[in-house]
Write a protein of this length. Sequence first.
Length: 325
Amino acid sequence: MKLQIIFLLLLGALLAGKAQSPLDTYISQALQQNIGVQQQKLTLEAAKADLKLARQQLLPTLSVNARYSVAYGGRAFIIPVGDLVNPIYSNLNALNEVAASATPDYPTIPEYPAISNVEENFLRPTEQETVVRLQMPLYNQAILKNQRIHENLEAASRLSVEAYKRTLVKEVKVAYYSYLQARQGTQIVEQARDILQENLRTTQSLETHHKVTRDAVFQAQAELSSVEQQLVEAQTLEKVARGFFNTLLNRPLDTAIDSSAETPANTAYTDALEQATAQALSQREEFRQLAYYEAARDQEIQMAKGARLPSINLQADYGIQGTRY
């Protein structure tokens, strides 16, 4: 039983040590609720969607195209069937008539009728065409470069989100400690006001008992008025600091702030300037983001240069045509 109690006490102490401070909680809220972070995330989602579309251009596509048209009148062309055949038929009818009159046993042949010319429209009255088409690029330099461009832009957008979050954490810390400083300044001025109020009350009592002259009371009142003016200014600074801090967290400006966070310890920075510069150049998101933008620009140049290259596509069609379905 004693071992269980000791274990629970140690566990409680461990959990208490790992509990988040108010500042850590505010930083987490800012990373989730800040409008700027949400905007950066939306930009990243747009970059991801563009990259997805660029990758889909390499995949085969299947489409169905259907057309049904109805046409009346319009241009027509004439086939001169009658003009070509009717003279022949007339000669044959004349020959048959002469032969029948000259030869009694000549067989009776029906007379060839006259044929009219044929008129056909350029468009059929009804017509349909339905095609199922499969397309797939086999070699297309523009599609390949476009995909690489959007890969670099998506990576740059991702780093932009991380860089904004890091900047936001710094701003939240600075705004929080600025509020604590303004709050402490207000408390100091409030304490000074309380002391001067007591000093005024004491001076008035001494003046009533003829221990001091009237000018001492006036001096105490002037000092109290000066401190009250300073208190108004301090309260204004505190209100502005609170409003700016709440703006970073995307919440109402007058929301109360927990001021129980510990004051950060002063730590000496011992790295050399050259070492710090090299570390910043290798780890800062902005420089890595710039590298992705440069790579995207190079891909755009290569895509423009490769526009003269031929592209090879695979296309297969299957369809039906006719006057009706």
